[in-house]
Ligand binder design. Sequence first.
Ligand code: M6R
Length: 364
Amino acid sequence: GKGNHRHFMEKELHEHPAVLGDTLRQYLDPGTQAVRLPRLPFDPAAVPRLTISACGSAFLAGLVGRYWIEQLARLPVDADVASEFRYRNPPLPSGGAAILVSQSGETADTMAALRLLKEGGQRVLSVVNVPESSMARESDAAVLTVAGPEIGVASTKAFTAQLAVMACLAIGIGRARGHVSAADEAKLTAALLQVPSHAAEILARDAEIQALAVEVAKARDVLFLGRGSLFPIALEGALKLKEISYIHAEGYAAGEMKHGPIALIDSNVPVIALCPSGPLFEKTASNLQEAAARGGRIMAFTDEEGAGPLSRFAERVIALPRVGAFSTPILHAIPVQLLAYHVAVLKGTDVDQPRNLAKSVTVE
Ligand code: M6R
């Protein structure tokens, strides 16, 4: 049941610290501060290229994985939604491998991508939440997210658990390829192991996000912006808002704004910015400032360090706990999900069973 929560989605949002802790401790050893992955179906040091494919939020978790794996493991990654991948007829490298991501393990397009990849001689690893699913069975190996059953149609804890697994895979693959040192591995592991407590801190700041939701609920259109590994989280924020509040939302790479979407900016369009301090802060902040100069209402998620500069032009700034750049996508996913939740509640929609959507899309 929902316990004392109004919706399954709310209950599942509040399971973030536990689910992230369970998933991370499954693949990270707190004692040795090292990654502890099950045997992969490919040799990370020898594989020439990786294909990542999935649908919806699971694809966006895969997209964050692409940023991490390319960065940490220097391994080229191709990422595409399964419904495109399956008809794209892409050339697949000999000795190549693939990672498929799915909560249910039953999504029709992702299953089709799996079969195509196997026919194309790729070794397939799936990241799934349901151990007895079709995808887990048909893949060469499966890594499980430890999210427990997810009832709300909008993915929450399963998505962040997918991110947690992708992070562990990126470190492990990076280590195997010699691009992550033992010292780096320990640092990244320690940082990830702090994510559950940071997640709890964010959930405790619900009132701030509810206040933001009041503004967002009045809008007809909303933009989400992020750069680097926060770009997929901007897409996730927009997807989640669309799914459950039925407000039109778009996610963009912050640097892409001036190539078109900035034309949409006026004082009626809230711009939700994911802009943690770190290497991409200045660039993102300057994109936001351009939007603010055109009347855009900037609502920024950042951290204590980013809050100062952003509050010079942003209407609202929410400072999340300061974490290393690596963990920021996991932590920023939580407030954008919470935001969508509160907007949907204000709008009075059917939060757990949004119109036209199914939890698991088993037809093409
Ligand atoms: O079960 P899967 O992870 O394969 O499902 C993929 C998508 O259908 C799913 O993530 C969908 O986008 C969610 N409704 C997102 O909230």
